[in-house]
Structures are given as structure tokens and as C-alpha cells.
Write a protein that binds this ligand. Structure first.
Ligand code: HEC
Ligand code: HEC
Ligand code: HEC
Ligand code: HEC
Ligand code: HEC
Ligand code: HEC
Ligand code: HEC
Ligand code: HEC
Ligand code: HEC
Ligand code: HEC
Ligand code: HEC
Ligand code: HEC
Length: 325
């Protein structure tokens, strides 16, 4: 196998040096022909004699003139040599900084064998699967649909990536979720208006891998909040499921929605005003019990008679204050 490959490479190399030489000769001849008509005639008539002389020489001398040029074995072409003719392919590989910047012939185990009559183009071209297999699973067998340029494979056609494909149950699904299963599952399990009005490619728009800012589309709750703050409470793929926020979350953030409670706590100065909302409400929506922090501070009898602290204390955000204190 190895031998055969080597042989093929040599043939290929020979073929390409021939191409080179033929090309150069042709150019020289063309130049000559352009200069003067007289010279062309002279050259043409001279050619027959020269050819006859060469034939005669071949018969007599075993070592042809210039044969020394063939004493060497051509070294294999390096990518930069291929790049002399295939400028675009070389430049794509170089500029895209892809990991494909290895020897061209590791992929092109055969080249310069395309024959239109044999219609063998697809057959001779390298196959991604030879090295990568079905990288993204059975759902994506046609590599070049997305990786349109093998010499710059990370340039991805977004139109293909955002396309809907047939899911496991036969229903169409956006292809993002097929590769990104954990995000896809979370998104489907905790639906919000994002599922209907935005979807994956509405947020991660235009270019594969783009990360949006929530502020591209939303106002912050309070002035000064930046994108990173949003992610403290919101997971982008289940935006209504509020995460556990830190205790020092500023009250005014909560106050942007719970305006009345916020203003009560601000204006009615009790010791509760010094606390963060998040000290008592450790998770969004959670309601604490007074006893968690205070136990049963009054006499047993009183608590038995009035089990609800708020019968007297009214409102934790607006405790009645003893003005005489
Ligand atoms: C990672 C594998 C890989 C490497 C490395 C690679 N190629 Fe290719 N090349 C391919 C594939 C696959 C195709 C077929 C593209 C198609 O079918 O459209 C191709 C096609 C070509 C073509 C045909 C025209 C075209 O661009 O479609 C040329 C010429 C070519 N390559 C030259 C080179 C040269 C020169 C190098 C090294 C400097 C190189 N390739 C390195 C995989 C590779
Ligand atoms: C002297 C110029 C020259 C050099 C050097 C050269 N090629 Fe080519 N190559 C051509 C020409 C001309 C074609 C045919 C036209 C085309 O497809 O661009 C071609 C076609 C190709 C093709 C597509 C068709 C086929 O038959 O395979 C590939 C792949 C290819 N070359 C790879 C290479 C690789 C790899 C190297 C270096 C090992 C290389 N070439 C070196 C001139 C060259
Ligand atoms: C001769 C083997 C070979 C072939 C054929 C091949 N690759 Fe690769 N490819 C590699 C190697 C090796 C790496 C580097 C892997 C690594 O470091 O993990 C790579 C890396 C990649 C990467 C990672 C991104 C980067 O840095 O470039 C992509 C994408 C990729 N290949 C796509 C393709 C596609 C699409 C094709 C077909 C057009 C293809 N490959 C054909 C060997 C190959
Ligand atoms: C639906 C589009 C699509 C198809 C089809 C597709 N790919 Fe990819 N591929 C991608 C995207 C998107 C990436 C991520 C690129 C990035 O790093 O940003 C990727 C990345 C890769 C990588 C690099 C993996 C890594 O972890 O960095 C390899 C290798 C690869 N693809 C090979 C293939 C092969 C082989 C096929 C065909 C069997 C194929 N791809 C088909 C879209 C596709
Ligand atoms: C064919 C598989 C495939 C498809 C389809 C695909 N991706 Fe990816 N994506 C990848 C791979 C591979 C990576 C790079 C490896 C990784 O970070 O997991 C990636 C990376 C990403 C990243 C992370 C970028 C970063 O900086 O960390 C985001 C965001 C992303 N994809 C979103 C999407 C969205 C949105 C879609 C649909 C429009 C999509 N992807 C479609 C395979 C795919
Ligand atoms: C509301 C906008 C929005 C929608 C809709 C959305 N994402 Fe994201 N996605 C984001 C943001 C913002 C991040 C960055 C999160 C971070 O930095 O922690 C992200 C991160 C990602 C990442 C990278 C994760 C990582 O750990 O690097 C992937 C992959 C991804 N999203 C895929 C998807 C897929 C697949 C869908 C659809 C099922 C989707 N996203 C829907 C906003 C969105
Ligand atoms: C591409 C625009 C876009 C981006 C980016 C975006 N959203 Fe949205 N979001 C919308 C639209 C459109 C709606 C539905 C209409 C509305 O309520 O304003 C929505 C609704 C919401 C809702 C209410 C959901 C419901 O079902 O009631 C929340 C919560 C939300 N977004 C949070 C976020 C967060 C957090 C981020 C960043 C991780 C984010 N959004 C990024 C467009 C976006
Ligand atoms: C301290 C936690 C917290 C932070 C930080 C936070 N949010 Fe929210 N957000 C919420 C809560 C709680 C809701 C209400 C959820 C509900 O309706 O059940 C909400 C609701 C939303 C909604 C739905 C529409 C609405 O106003 O009711 C959007 C949009 C939203 N947030 C965007 C953002 C953006 C953008 C950021 C970052 C600038 C952000 N959030 C930061 C807790 C937070
Ligand atoms: C974007 C508006 C918004 C923000 C910001 C917000 N909330 Fe809410 N909150 C709501 C809505 C709407 C509800 C009622 C729906 C629900 O139960 O999710 C609610 C419910 C509550 C409840 C439960 C009410 C009940 O009757 O059971 C508590 C407690 C609460 N929020 C505390 C907070 C705290 C503490 C913060 C700040 C860390 C905060 N909220 C931030 C909108 C918000
Ligand atoms: C000292 C602890 C404490 C602090 C600080 C506190 N709360 Fe409460 N909150 C409670 C308790 C206890 C209840 C239950 C009251 C009841 O049962 O009627 C409650 C009830 C609520 C409710 C739901 C009932 C209602 O009155 O609508 C909301 C919303 C709420 N708090 C928001 C806030 C916000 C916003 C802040 C900060 C501005 C805050 N809380 C600060 C203890 C506290
Ligand atoms: C998360 C703990 C916590 C919860 C829950 C809590 N408190 Fe408090 N409360 C405090 C702290 C801390 C103080 C200040 C204590 C001090 O400085 O001695 C306080 C002070 C008070 C005071 C004295 C106010 C003043 O200004 O002198 C009253 C009355 C009170 N709490 C009643 C309640 C009632 C009633 C509830 C339930 C509705 C409740 N608290 C729930 C932590 C809490
Ligand atoms: C029958 C009415 C009543 C009930 C029921 C009641 N309290 Fe009180 N509590 C008061 C009065 C009156 C004061 C004021 C004493 C003062 O200002 O010296 C007070 C004071 C407090 C103080 C402040 C103590 C201090 O040293 O400043 C706390 C804390 C408190 N109560 C917690 C609770 C808790 C927790 C409950 C429920 C388990 C509760 N109370 C039930 C009437 C009540």
C-alpha cells in the first residue's frame, strides 16, 4: 500500500514538473514567435535540421547532451511548491490558520488525475470522513454543505447551520439543538417567549458562535446594570427560571418591579430597612417565616393566642414603629 502510494506520488511529481517544463517551453516559444515573422520562418526551417541532428546523435552517443539534468531524483513538492500554481488554496489554508496546514498530499493522496471523460472528479477528491468519521453523528453526513471550503474549514455557511432538519420523532427541528443537545434540551423544557419569537438563531444571529447581549434587545431593570449582571439571575436558555441570586443584590433591582414594597422599606425606617431584600427572600418568590430569624420572642401564652406575628406587626416591609423609642 505504502509503496503504491509512493509510486503514485512520484508519478504525480513527475507529471507536475512536466507541466512546469512544458509551460515554460511553450512560453519561450510564444515569445519568440511574437517578435518577427522572419525569425519564425528561420526557426521553423532550422527545426527540421536540428531534429535530424538530435536523432543522429541519439543513435551514436549513449549519453545524450543535457542528460545530467536527469541525474537527480525530484524531491517531493512541499505545500509552498503546490502553492506556486494553486495560489488560492495555499492562501486559504494559510490565512484561515486552520489545523489543516499540513502536507497537501496527506489529503490529496492522488492529484492531477482528473479526467473529464472518466467523470472522476468526486472520486479523486479527499473525503472528510476518512479522517473525521461522522463527526456530528448520523444527522450530518454531507460535510461540505456547511464546511464549504476544505482549505478553510471553520468558515461555516450560517444558512446551512440554522436550517431545520428532521428530528428523531420525524418533526422538523432547528439543527442547532441537534448538535448542542444540552442547550436544546433546556430550551425545550422551560419554554418562554424566546422559543416563539426568537429561537436559537434569533439570538445567535448571522454568524455561527456569535454570543448576543441581552441588552441588544432589552432595557435593563435599573440603570447601570450591564450584560453580565443579567446572567446572575437569568439563564439565557430558560430565561424565566430565576437563579439563586447573591445576598447583596441591590434592593433597587427588586424595587424596579416591586415598587410599593421597595418604597415602604425605604421610607419607613426600621431595622428591616437595613436588610437586603435578598437576605429574607433568598430565592425569587420564596417567603420566609419570621421565626426563622426571631424564634418566639414574646411569652408562650401570647404566641399561642396570636400565632400570626403579622396580626400585630402588620407588614415586614412596613413595621409599625414605636415613635417613643
Ligand atoms: C484537509 C484536507 C485537504 C488539504 C490539507 C488540502 N486539500 Fe485541497 N481539497 C480538499 C478537498 C476535500 C477538496 C475538494 C473540494 C470540492 O469537492 O469542492 C480539495 C480541492 C482542491 C483543489 C481543486 C479546486 C478546489 O479548490 O476545489 C485543488 C487545486 C486543491 N485542493 C489544492 C490543494 C493544495 C495545493 C493544497 C496544499 C497547499 C491542498 N489542496 C490541501 C482537501 C484538502
Ligand atoms: C506547475 C503548476 C502546478 C503545480 C506545481 C501543482 N499543480 Fe495541481 N494543478 C495544476 C493545474 C494546471 C491543474 C488543472 C487546473 C486546475 O484545476 O486548476 C491542477 C489541478 C489540481 C487538482 C485538481 C484536479 C486533479 O486532477 O486532481 C488538485 C487536487 C491539485 N492540482 C493538487 C496539487 C497538489 C497537491 C500539488 C502539490 C503537490 C499541485 N497540485 C501542484 C497545476 C499545478
Ligand atoms: C488527512 C486527514 C484529514 C482530512 C481528509 C480532513 N481533515 Fe479535518 N482535520 C484533520 C486534522 C489532523 C485536524 C486537526 C485535529 C485536531 O487537532 O484535533 C483537522 C481539523 C479539522 C477541523 C477543526 C478546525 C481547524 O482548526 O481547522 C475542522 C472543522 C475540520 N478538520 C473539518 C474537515 C472537513 C470539513 C474535511 C473535509 C472537507 C476535513 N476536515 C478533512 C485531518 C483531516
Ligand atoms: C449542518 C452543518 C454542518 C455539517 C453538515 C457538518 N459540520 Fe462539522 N462543524 C459545523 C460547525 C458549526 C462546527 C463548529 C465550528 C466552530 O468551531 O465554530 C463544526 C466543527 C467541525 C469540526 C471541528 C470540531 C471541533 O470540536 O472543533 C470537525 C472536525 C468537523 N466539523 C467535521 C465535520 C465532518 C467530517 C462532517 C461530515 C461528516 C461535518 N463536519 C459536517 C457544522 C457542520
Ligand atoms: C453540526 C453541528 C453544529 C451545528 C448544527 C451547530 N453548531 Fe454550534 N458548535 C458546534 C461545535 C462543534 C462548536 C465548537 C465546539 C464547542 O464549543 O462545543 C460549536 C460552538 C458553538 C457556540 C459556542 C461558541 C463559543 O464561543 O463558545 C455557540 C454559541 C453555538 N455553537 C451556537 C450554535 C447555534 C445557535 C446554532 C444554530 C444556528 C449552532 N451552533 C449549530 C457544532 C454545531
Ligand atoms: C435569548 C437569547 C438566546 C437564545 C434564544 C439562545 N441562546 Fe444560546 N446563549 C445565549 C447567551 C447570552 C449565551 C452566553 C451565556 C454565557 O456566557 O454564559 C449563550 C450560550 C450558548 C452556547 C455556548 C455555551 C457555552 O457554554 O459556551 C451554546 C452552544 C448555545 N448558546 C446554543 C444555543 C442553542 C442551541 C439555542 C436554541 C436551542 C440557543 N442557544 C438559544 C443566548 C441565547
Ligand atoms: C434577539 C433579541 C433578544 C435577545 C438577545 C434577548 N431577548 Fe429576551 N426577549 C426577546 C423577545 C422578542 C421577547 C418577547 C417579547 C417581550 O416580552 O419583550 C423576550 C422576552 C424575554 C423574557 C420574558 C419571557 C416570557 O416568556 O415572558 C425574559 C425573561 C427575557 N426575554 C430575558 C432575556 C435575557 C435574560 C436575555 C439575555 C440572556 C435576553 N432576553 C436576550 C428578545 C430577545
Ligand atoms: C436580581 C435578579 C435579576 C437580575 C440581575 C436581572 N433580572 Fe431580569 N428578571 C428578574 C425577575 C425576578 C424577573 C421576573 C420573573 C417573573 O416574571 O417571574 C425578571 C424578568 C425579566 C424580563 C421579563 C420582562 C419583565 O420585565 O418582566 C426581562 C426581559 C428581563 N428580566 C431582562 C433582564 C436583563 C436584560 C437583565 C440584565 C440587564 C436582567 N433581567 C437582570 C430578575 C433579575
Ligand atoms: C422584572 C420584575 C421583577 C423583578 C426584578 C423582581 N421580581 Fe419578584 N416578582 C415579580 C413578579 C411578576 C412576581 C409574581 C409572579 C411570580 O410569582 O413569579 C414576583 C413575585 C415575587 C415574590 C412572591 C410573591 C408572592 O405573592 O408569592 C417575592 C417574594 C418576590 N417576587 C421577591 C423579589 C425579590 C426579593 C426580588 C429581587 C431580588 C425580585 N422579586 C425581583 C417580578 C419581579
Ligand atoms: C426582614 C425580612 C424581609 C425583607 C428585608 C424583605 N421582605 Fe419581602 N417579605 C418578607 C416576609 C416575611 C413576607 C411575607 C409577608 C406575609 O406573609 O404577608 C414578605 C413578602 C413579600 C412579598 C409578597 C407579599 C406582598 O406583600 O406582595 C414580596 C413581593 C416581597 N416580600 C418583596 C420584597 C422586596 C422587593 C424586598 C426589598 C425591597 C423585600 N421583600 C424585603 C420578609 C422580608
Ligand atoms: C432573615 C431574617 C429575618 C426575618 C425573616 C425577619 N426578620 Fe425581623 N429583624 C431581622 C433583623 C436582623 C432585625 C434587626 C435585629 C436587631 O438589630 O436586633 C430585625 C428586626 C425586627 C424588629 C424590630 C424592628 C426595629 O426597627 O426595632 C421587628 C418588630 C421584627 N424584626 C419583626 C419581624 C417580623 C414580624 C417578621 C416576620 C413577618 C420578621 N421580623 C422577619 C431579621 C429578620
Ligand atoms: C399581640 C401582638 C404581637 C404579636 C402577635 C407579636 N408581637 Fe412582636 N412585638 C409586639 C410589640 C407590641 C412589640 C414592641 C415592643 C417594643 O417596642 O418594645 C413587639 C416587638 C417585637 C420585636 C422587637 C423586639 C425588640 O427587642 O426590639 C420582635 C423581633 C418581634 N416583636 C417579633 C415577633 C415575632 C417573630 C412574632 C411572631 C412569632 C411576634 N413578634 C408576634 C407585639 C406582638
Amino acid at each position: 500500500m505504502k509503496l503504491k502510494l509512493k509510486g503514485m506520488a512520484v508519478i504525480a511529481v513527475l507529471a507536475s514538473s512536466f507541466l512546469f517544463a512544458a509551460c515554460a517551453n511553450q512560453q519561450a516559444a510564444d515569445k519568440k514567435a511574437e517578435s518577427t515573422g522572419a525569425e519564425t520562418v528561420a526557426a521553423a526551417s532550422g527545426k527540421t535540421t536540428a531534429t535530424a541532428a538530435a536523432a543522429a546523435a541519439e543513435k551514436t552517443a549513449p549519453q545524450a547532451a543535457g542528460a545530467a539534468l536527469y541525474d537527480e531524483t525530484p524531491p517531493p513538492l512541499k505545500p509552498v511548491d503546490c502553492g506556486r500554481c494553486h495560489v488560492n488554496q495555499f492562501t486559504d489554508l494559510k490565512k484561515s490558520k486552520t489545523k489543516h496546514r499540513f502536507d497537501c498530499t496527506r489529503c490529496h493522496t492522488q492529484f492531477h488525475v482528473y479526467n473529464p471523460r472518466k467523470k472522476n472528479y468526486d472520486r479523486i477528491m479527499p473525503k472528510c470522513q476518512r479522517c473525521h468519521g461522522l463527526k456530528h453523528g448520523e444527522a450530518f453526513p454531507n460535510c461540505m454543505e456547511c464546511h464549504q471550503n476544505p482549505h478553510s474549514p471553520r468558515t461555516i455557511a450560517f444558512a446551512q447551520v440554522e436550517k431545520k432538519i428532521k428530528g428523531k420523532d420525524g418533526k422538523p427541528v432547528v439543527s442547532c439543538a441537534v448538535c448542542h443537545t444540552s442547550e436544546g434540551t433546556e430550551f425545550a423544557k422551560y419554554p418562554t417567549k424566546h422559543n416563539v419569537e426568537v429561537n436559537c438563531q434569533g439570538c445567535h444571529a448571522d454568524k455561527h458562535g456569535y454570543i448576543p447581549s441581552c441588552l441588544d434587545c432589552h432595557e435593563p431593570h435599573v440603570e447601570g446594570q450591564v450584560y453580565k449582571d443579567c446572567l446572575v439571575c437569568h439563564s439565557p436558555h430558560s430565561a424565566k427560571r430565576i437563579k439563586k441570586y447573591p445576598e447583596d443584590t441591590p434592593n433597587k433591582v427588586c424595587g424596579s418591579c416591586h415598587t410599593q414594597i421597595y418604597s415602604n422599606l425605604q421610607t419607613n425606617h426600621t431595622k428591616h430597612s437595613e436588610l437586603h431584600c435578598a437576605t429574607c427572600h433568598v430565592k425569587h418568590g420564596q417567603i420566609p417565616k419570621c421565626q426563622q430569624c426571631h424564634g418566639l420572642p414574646h411569652g408562650k401564652a401570647l404566641h399561642k393566642r396570636f400565632p400570626n406575628c403579622l396580626e400585630c406587626h402588620k407588614d415586614p416591609h412596613n413595621l409599625p414603629v414605636n415613635k417613643n423609642k
